[in-house]
Design a protein around this ligand. Structure first.
Ligand SMILES: C[S@@+](CC[C@H](N)C(=O)[O-])C[C@H]1O[C@@H](n2cnc3c(N)ncnc32)[C@H](O)[C@@H]1O
Length: 251
């Protein structure tokens, strides 16, 4: 019975995540959602700035703190190991939902592109970015990243096995394609408003910090990551930067 409940919790967390992910695309792109990043401003600029910074900080702290091994060890003293990832996914989704609900649009246009070809290019890169995000999760292991594999193994009374370090497809061109996808999704817009710029700058800064923390854990768990880090660029797949494994460092 407990295993069924654990599985139901994991499945529910996954559904909440997936709907939140879809809403995030609509929110950032101002498409198909009741309130987007650029809906009409409701409060004075300074209030909006403080609220939005608080919402971004809430997500950053939740997302990075709960991902650390010491936090996972602590929380699994109170909840079953099998739902640790689902709990992380659920908490991340709730932090994002709070951001969508309380986000304060700020008006003000930083840039507005009118040239139809350039608009089409930006919109294509926006869509491409979100596709890269989703496909990267499958290259690592989509169902493990979002907690379903853990509750499924638990349901079948099978032990959990850690994910292996992998570098398929996009991961051989840059170490963080998923974050590259987010950056495209956040920056590629024909109309950049003040609120959107704040969001893009905040999330970019957060991604750069999160990479440092994530790579520290990856090196601890997979020592071969050090060699991968020397060989493969971090985010931007710079042509020529990629070197064969064990090739000497460029001067
Ligand atoms: C949200 S994913 C982001 C992955 C990567 N930073 C990216 O941008 O594509 C974070 C999880 O992926 C895992 N991860 C990152 N790179 C990995 C790799 N090459 N192989 C296996 N797991 C990886 C991290 O340990 C972490 O649990």
């Amino acid at each position: 019975m407990q295993r069924i409940l654990v599985f139901a919790y994991g499945a529910l967390s996954y559904i909440v995540f997936f709907l939140t992910f879809l809403y995030a695309i609509g929110f950032v792109g101002n498409i198909y959602v009741p309130k987007g990043i650029d809906s009409a401003p409701q409060v004075p600029l300074l209030t909006a700035l403080l609220v939005n910074l608080g919402l971004l900080a809430l997500f950053a702290v939740q997302h990075s703190l709960m991902a650390r091994p010491f936090f996972k060890r602590w929380i699994t003293r109170f909840i079953p190991q099998a739902i640790e990832r689902s709990t992380y996914v659920l908490a991340s989704s709730l932090a994002l939902i709070a951001l969508f609900v309380f986000w304060q649009p700020m008006g003000g246009v930083i840039w507005a592109v009118n040239q139809p070809l350039l608009v089409a290019l930006l919109q294509t890169l926006f869509v491409l970015g979100w596709l890269i995000v989703l496909s990267s999760t499958f290259l690592i292991n989509h169902f493990d990243l979002f907690g379903l594999r853990q509750v499924w193994l638990n349901l079948r009374n099978k032990p959990y096995t850690e994910l292996r370090f992998v570098t398929p497809l996009m991961y051989s061109f840059c170490r963080h394609p998923l974050y590259l996808g987010f950056l495209l999704g956040f920056w590629m817009t024909p109309v950049m408003t003040v609120a959107h710029l704040l969001f893009a700058l905040g999330t970019t800064g957060y991604i750069l910090v999160a990479i440092q923390l994530e790579e520290r854990d990856l090196i601890d768990a997979h020592p071969e990551y050090l060699e991968y880090r020397r060989r493969v660029p971090m985010i931007i797949p710079i042509p020529g930067r990629r070197r064969a494994a064990h090739a000497p460092e460029a001067a």
